[in-house]
Design a protein around this ligand. Structure first.
Ligand code: G4P
Length: 286
């Protein structure tokens, strides 16, 4: 596979997140609801160890709701505090706040018993690029904030962003973790959902993976979108058929690259409907 995982990046990200952890009460780990396992860095458990953590399945508006429910149940069974949100349209933010409060409740109760005011919950949002960190910070803040990642060589004073109700404060620079391509499937899932750029993996391979997955998981949505009565079993044939249906033919041949781009674009822009490419059952968590 052409993609590499750069240990140097991860070491730096780890240092930056570790520094921030000293300042906060709760880690809000953002993952993509369509690929919740592949869109997290497996080292995150180790990096954030000891800090209360809330997992947020973001982009829930684009994910299959049945699969998102299955993820919520599977993670809760493991005693993980988890919520599904749609940061773009400000949905699920109240549940997110309640989740963070629940994590801090015992500590805050103890403080109150001692006559101390716990103050707002201080939180850090972490996640891989493109998962919606900036969008969530803006929505929670109720205004647009220029959210920037840590830039090499630029030392910036950390700022606390007050949430609308004042119950929580967020660090303005989210923790950016790199995805880890432990196996090829992780890379394909991230590429299909647009979390990583198409040029990192071979476009044809991503499209073939996507055609295969959609045929298996969402055959009816695929048929309806491309007006296909019977899906060919072979993914190459399916892509060719999609190309033909959309007139992507020149000199008698289907333009495979254009058909690949079209399928991926339609998936990423929800034209094929709500789709999840990973379930708890895929990870023996059902
Ligand atoms: P990051 O800071 O983690 O890198 O991610 P960012 O917030 O920039 O979000 C990346 C893309 O994901 C943006 O789309 C954003 O609008 C979209 N997004 C974030 N949260 C959600 C969500 O809950 N639902 C949906 N449907 N989309 C979400 P973009 O195309 O880059 O920008 P724009 O066209 O939306 O402005």
């Amino acid at each position: 596979m052409a993609i590499q995982w750069f240990p140097g990046h991860m070491a730096k990200a780890r240092r930056q997140v570790t520094e921030k952890l000293k300042l906060i009460d709760v880690v809000i780990e953002l993952v993509d609801a369509r690929v919740p396992q592949s869109s997290r860095n497996p080292m995150v458990d180790e990096i954030t160890e000891g800090k209360p953590r809330l997992i947020v399945l973001n982009k829930a508006d684009m994910a299959d709701p049945v699969v998102t429910d299955a993820w919520l149940r599977a993670l809760k069974r493991d005693d993980i505090e988890v919520v599904a949100v749609d940061a773009k349209h400000s949905k699920g933010l109240k549940q997110l706040m309640s989740g963070a409060e629940k994590l801090m409740q015992e500590k805050h109760d103890r403080m109150r018993e001692k006559g101390r005011n716990p103050g707002p919950i201080r939180a850090l949002i972490i996640g891989i690029p493109n998962v919606g960190k900036s969008t969530l910070i803006n929505r929670l803040a109720g205004r647009n904030i220029a959210v920037t990642g840590d830039r090499p060589g630029v030392t910036k004073r950390q700022q606390w962003i007050k949430m609308k109700g004042g119950e929580m404060e967020l660090l303005d620079t989210p923790g950016i973790l790199w995805p880890k391509f432990e196996d090829q499937m992780v890379g394909y899932r991230l590429a299909a959902t647009g979390a990583i750029k198409d040029d990192i993996l071979n476009l044809d391979d991503i499209a073939l993976y996507t055609a295969r997955e959609l045929s298996a998981r969402y055959p009816d949505q695929l048929k309806e979108r491309f007006k296909i009565d019977q899906l060919p079993e072979d993914a190459v044939e399916l892509l060719e058929l999609i190309g033909k249906k959309r007139g992507l033919v020149s000199g008698g041949y289907v333009d495979f690259e254009k058909a690949s781009e079209l399928l991926l674009n339609e998936l990423r822009h929800e034209k094929i409907g709500r789709v999840s490419l990973e379930t708890p059952a895929d990870h023996d968590m059902a």
